[in-house]
Write a protein that binds this ligand. Structure first.
Ligand code: AMP
Length: 580
């Protein structure tokens, strides 16, 4: 069974795999590996994902993109009258990639390795895993996008010892990673990122500039006008460097100036990560440019000024992360030649416990146990003393985040231990934190009597009924448009019969159509298929009967034995059991 690597991007997503000692990309029917991370509702056809969706969306149709920016949030998008979370939309994209990959691996996809921005928090990571689950993919490990890029760099530049900075500038995010390569180890020593700094922001700045030039206020335009303007700004941006003048007459120098506020934020992030990694600019051997927006020559110009030398471009900047993910699948499969590479990771956020300095204090402080950017797996022990006289128990509350007060961080769980009642400060507990490469946090408390209490906090995944429901929904949503068209034709044929008929026949046809529609809207693929098969059978029977000019009063050879209640009753049936 195959293992595939997936770059689930803000703008585009790709799948790659390792075979014959190199990376291959999974391409669509047009030969392109890029699947736009766009979902659209096409009237009469339903939900589409990828290229068709993007075309529909760009032509002004109903669609959504860039939803990765809101991964981990409850934001809802409406498509065809239904609402979807970023997690569900991502599941659709993953489903599409899986389907394409199954064209190459008919035996099925055993496992997927998915890349995520280095800055994604726990919730964003677990929602990515859930999206994969819904799409029917098993994901053992998520890897940071810049780690993947470092792998791709290593394939091209060899395994010498290097200090690298991966600059991943996409549509929605900027991710920086400091990477140390030595022997066969690739270690991320620091990560920093901004989920709200990407090519889309450049488009907005261009649009705002264009408006200001005409004495208009961009923020006061209608949504439709803004979208249109952003589209034109992006076109003008991507055309830069090509011959001919665009509508917005954008020049390199002008764009450089327009991007200044973004460059200022980039520089800040750059200095921040070097500080975290304990490096000076001169310690960096190379800076690797990754992501669609790294194609912009103004970005390269800015980085050259910042570094005092040219950054590295590893071929197509859109493909680098997927390439790394593809290489990683080779490592995962322990492929000869690359199996010895060890890819370590860092914890992208701080994990800690709540502590108090004084008795009666309302707001607790976060005591960091595992600092942001610690290499994984990471462990630490800390001894805490009692705060109140004669207290008999201590509850340790566990948080994730960078905020000073514990309650401003994300609460993860708690664990309680009994302690001997003594004067404040005279009794103690030891708190042990271990955070492993799969995102599992193990917290253990040991009191002075050597009694142990513990809690295991794993990245959440979906379970049982919830997962089944999501899976069924997506199966139906992703029913090939062809099938949807065929079902539409069945409905039209049945409706035509209904119109021609009268009396009992009309009544029964009405019931059949209603039953068929209930099946279509049930959200279950097997029901949709069952309803379609039954409708086909009934229509054939009717047509046959018509041809033979027989009595059409629904006895004879016409089978109206169908129990319409049937559909309501077989809820528990599993998609896998239908034989579809
Ligand atoms: P990504 O999220 O890595 O797929 O990057 C998508 C971003 O790259 C979008 O903001 C695009 O506008 C931008 N982009 C794609 N092609 C170009 C290009 N030729 N020049 C400048 N920006 C581009």
């Amino acid at each position: 069974m195959a293992v595939i690597g997936i770059d689930l991007g803000t703008t585009n997503s790709l799948a790659a795999y390792w075979a014959d000692g190199r990376v291959h990309f999974v391409c669509d029917e047009t030969g392109s590996p890029l699947v736009p991370s766009t979902a659209a509702y096409i009237p009469g056809k339903g939900i589409a994902v990828g290229r068709k969706a993007r075309e529909h969306f760009l032509a002004g149709g109903e669609g959504v993109s860039s939803f990765k920016r809101f991964m981990g949030t409850k934001k809802e998008y409406t498509l065809g009258g239904k609402t979807y979370t970023p997690m569900e939309l991502s599941a659709m994209v993953l489903h599409k990639l899986k389907e394409q990959a199954e064209g190459i691996f008919p035996e099925g996809i055993e496992e997927a390795v998915i890349t995520v921005p280095a800055y994604f928090n726990d919730k964003q990571r677990s929602d990515t895993k859930k999206a994969a689950q819904i799409a029917g993919l098993k994901v053992e490990r998520l890897i940071n996008e810049p780690s993947a890029a470092a792998l791709a760099y290593r394939m091209q530049y060899g395994s010498g010892d290097k200090s690298l900075l991966v600059f991943d500038f996409g549509g929605g995010t900027l991710d920086l990673s400091c990477v140390e390569c030595f022997d066969n180890v690739i270690e991320i020593t620091a990560v920093a990122g901004d989920n709200y700094l990407g090519g889309d922001d450049i488009d907005r700045l261009i649009a705002e500039y264009g408006c200001a030039q005409r004495g208009l206020d961009y923020s006061r335009l209608g949504l439709g006008e803004q979208t249109e303007l952003l589209k034109r700004a992006e076109e003008a941006k991507c055309r830069l460097g090509e011959p001919g003048e665009g509508e917005l007459s954008l020049t390199e120098d002008l764009l450089f100036e327009i991007c200044m506020p973004l460059f200022a934020r980039m520089k800040e992030l750059f200095l921040h990560i070097l500080e975290d990694a304990g490096l000076r600019v001169s310690d960096l051997d190379d800076l690797i440019m990754v992501g669609g927006s790294s194609r912009l020559s103004v970005v390269k110009r800015f980085l050259t000024e910042l570094l005092g030398k040219e950054p590295v471009v590893l071929g197509d900047t859109d493909l680098v992360v997927a390439q790394g993910a593809g290489i990683y699948t080779g490592i995962r499969k322990r492929d000869a030649g690359i199996r010895d590479i060890l890819l370590t990771d860092v914890c992208p956020f701080t994990l800690g416990v709540e502590t108090f300095r004084r008795q009666g204090e309302k707001k607790g402080y976060l005591l960091p146990m595992i600092e942001r950017n610690s290499t994984l797996p990471a462990s630490r022990r800390e001894r805490l003393v009692t705060l109140n006289d004669y207290q008999t128990a201590v509850t340790v509350k566990i948080y994730q985040g960078e905020e000073y007060f514990s309650r401003d961080n994300i609460y993860l769980g708690e664990v309680t231990a009994q302690v001997a009642p003594k004067k404040a400060g005279k009794e103690w507990i030891d708190v042990y934190f271990t955070y492993d490469i799969n995102g599992i946090l193990h917290v253990e408390i040991v009191n002075s009597k050597n009694e142990h209490n513990q809690i295991l906090l794993a990245n959440q995944t979906l379970g049982g009924a919830e997962l089944e429901r999501y899976k069924r929904e997506i199966e139906v949503l992703m029913t090939p448009p062809l099938e949807q068209e065929e079902n539409q034709k069945l409905l039209e044929r049945a409706s035509a019969y209904y119109e021609q008929s009268t009396g009992a026949r009309r009544e029964r046809l009405g019931a059949l159509i209603q039953w068929f529609l209930a099946g279509m809207n049930s959200g279950r693929l097997y029901r949709v298929r069952k309803a379609a098969a039954e409708m086909e059978r009934q229509l054939k029977s009717l047509e046959e009967a018509d041809r033979q000019r027989e009595d059409l009063l629904f006895d004879g050879d016409l089978k109206w034995d169908l129990d319409l209640e049937d559909l309501e009753d077989d809820d528990g049936k599993d998609l896998g059991n239908t034989g579809d």
